[in-house]
Write a protein that binds this ligand. Sequence first.
Ligand code: IPE
Ligand code: IPE
Ligand code: MG
Length: 251
Amino acid sequence: MSPRLEEASATLPYHVGIIMDGNGRWAKAQGKGRLEGHKKGAEVARDVVRWAKNLGVKQLSLYAFSTENWQRPKLEVRGLMSLLAILLPKTLPEMMQNNVRFCTLGDISPLPHSARKAVEQASERTKNNDGIELILCLNYGGQQEVLAATKASLQWALAQDDPNVAIENLTLSKFRDHMWCHQIAPLDLLIRTGGEMRISNFHLWDAAYAELYFSDVLWPDYSQHHLQLAIENYQRRERRYGLTSEQVTHE
Ligand code: IPE
Ligand code: IPE
Ligand code: MG
C-alpha cells in the first residue's frame, strides 16, 4: 500500500464498481479479433481483484456482461460465455489463496450450462472466504434489478394483512431489502474505463451517491497504478449527500 493510501485509509472506498470497457477497441487497435480483447480483459479482471484487495477495498463489483450484451453478434456472446466457463475454474485456486469470496449479481439462469456451473462452483467453494468480496455482474441490468425489487415489494405488500397500509409504509430501506444487491454495501466509487461517460445500466439504485471516475484507458491496458490513481482521486472528494460543505466538515 502506498504511504498516501495508508494515511487516508479511513476514507478508502468500501465498495468499488468497475465498468470494464474497451476490450473491443483494444483488440481492433492491435489488429486482433474482439475475442482476443475479451481474453486480455479477463486476465486484467483476475488481476484487479488482487490489486483492490491489496489497496484495502472490501467489495469489488465487476461489470462483465450486461442484459443488453446478449444483442451482440452470436459468436462474441458465445466466446464470452466460453471464456467464463474456462477461466473461472482456472482462477479458483488463486481466489482461494487470496481469500476472495466470489458471488454474482444478475439473473444467471439464461447462461449456458457450462458457464452457470463454473459460477455456481466458484460461489460455493469460496463462500467462507472473507478477504474481499468479488461481485461479478453477469446478465446484470440496473433497471431490471429495480423492476424485480418493485415486483417483490408488491408481492410482499399483498401478503400483509392490509396491503394498502404496507405499500403506504414502504421505505427506501425496506425496498432495498428486495433488491438483488441487498447484502452488498452501496457503491462508493464507480470507475468506467474506455473513455465513455455513461452508466450503461450498471448499479442504478446503489450508485445514487457513488463518486464517478472515468478513465480513458482501455480495460486490457488497466493496471494497479490506474486503480491507485482512481482511489487517490476518490480520497480527495468531499461526499456531501445533500448537505453543505460546512456541515460535512463539522460533523
Ligand atoms: C467491454 O468491452 C466488455 C463487455 C461489454 C463484455 P467492449 O467489448 O464493450 O469493448 P468496446 O467498447 O467495444 O471497445
Ligand atoms: C457496458 O459496456 C457493459 C459491460 C462493461 C459489461 P458496453 O460496451 O456494453 O456499454 P455501451 O454499449 O457502450 O453503453
Ligand atoms: Mg463497450
